[in-house]
Design a protein around this ligand. Structure first.
Ligand SMILES: *[C@@H]1O[C@H](CO)[C@@H](O)[C@H](O)[C@H]1NC(C)=O
Ligand SMILES: *[C@@H]1O[C@H](CO)[C@@H](O)[C@H](O)[C@H]1NC(C)=O
Ligand SMILES: *[C@@H]1O[C@H](CO)[C@@H](O)[C@H](O)[C@H]1NC(C)=O
Ligand SMILES: *[C@@H]1O[C@H](CO)[C@@H](O)[C@H](O)[C@H]1NC(C)=O
Ligand SMILES: *[C@@H]1O[C@H](CO)[C@@H](O)[C@H](O)[C@H]1NC(C)=O
Ligand SMILES: *[C@@H]1O[C@H](CO)[C@@H](O)[C@H](O)[C@H]1NC(C)=O
Length: 174
């Protein structure tokens, strides 16, 4: 039998699990071209227009790594199929790229296939602020947000954890 004093603890423990599981919506992995993957002759504008991208989502490229690759470029690179000044490049054949800023991203294939439509541009939207959220998450540096994603905790969740810890400790003080 549980002693009378442990009952509130069990209740609060269960309540804290519920709170933690009601975390903000999880990130989406947007697979470029869906089941067509990253290949020539596909209109990726149609693909991109059919989904909504939010900060923290991933975009992933699936392709034959012996044939293709991925470069992150600016609008000039996208329009003209040039990789000059590219800010990133990937070639694993299964690349997961974190979209950590609310902005328009441009990706192209760097081996000439950009001219066969291997280019995609996606507009990433800021997340709606979480209920009771305090800060403006766009104030955070990219590094902080990458860290948040790596740890899998948002400031909101950390706040909830602190609150729950305080509640759980409270009976000890009586
Ligand atoms: C791809 O589709 C978009 C939207 O319908 C269209 O504007 C664009 O011209 C198409 N691109 C090509 C290369 O066909
Ligand atoms: C748009 O997305 C829906 C659901 O994800 C899918 O059924 C549909 O085929 C997509 N359309 C295009 C043009 O990709
Ligand atoms: C990109 O191509 C356009 C014509 O399509 C040209 O006017 C412009 O100078 C090119 N920009 C660069 C940076 O090469
Ligand atoms: C894109 O980057 C190239 C090379 O760094 C630069 O010359 C060009 O002005 C940039 N274009 C835009 C739209 O920022
Ligand atoms: C690819 O990115 C790495 C850094 O991540 C850089 O050193 C390298 O020069 C890039 N390659 C090309 C072809 O831009
Ligand atoms: C967050 O801050 C940025 C710049 O500091 C601002 O542009 C943006 O509108 C703010 N967003 C909200 C939801 O307050």
């Amino acid at each position: 039998m549980a002693s009378p004093s442990s009952a509130p603890h069990l209740f609060l423990f269960a309540a804290s699990l519920l709170l933690l599981s009601s975390s903000p919506a999880t990130a989406t992995d947007h697979i470029v071209g869906a089941n067509h993957g990253w290949n020539p002759g596909i209109n990726y504008t149609l693909w991109a227009n059919n989904q909504t991208f939010y900060v923290g989502d991933l975009i992933s490229f699936r392709y034959q790594k012996s044939q293709y690759n991925v470069f992150e470029v600016n609008q000039t690179g996208y329009d003209n199929c040039t990789t000059d000044g590219a800010t990133g490049n990937w070639s694993s054949g299964k690349d997961f790229i974190l979209l950590d800023k609310a902005k328009r991203y441009y990706f192209i294939c760097g081996n000439g296939q950009c001219f066969n439509n291997m280019k995609v541009s996606v507009l990433v939207h800021a997340l709606p602020s979480p209920p009771g959220g305090s800060g403006n998450s766009s104030d955070k540096s990219a590094a902080e947000r990458v860290l948040d994603n790596a740890i899998g905790f948002t400031g909101y969740q950390l706040g909830v954890c602190g609150l729950v810890a305080a509640i759980l400790m409270a009976p000890v003080w009586f």
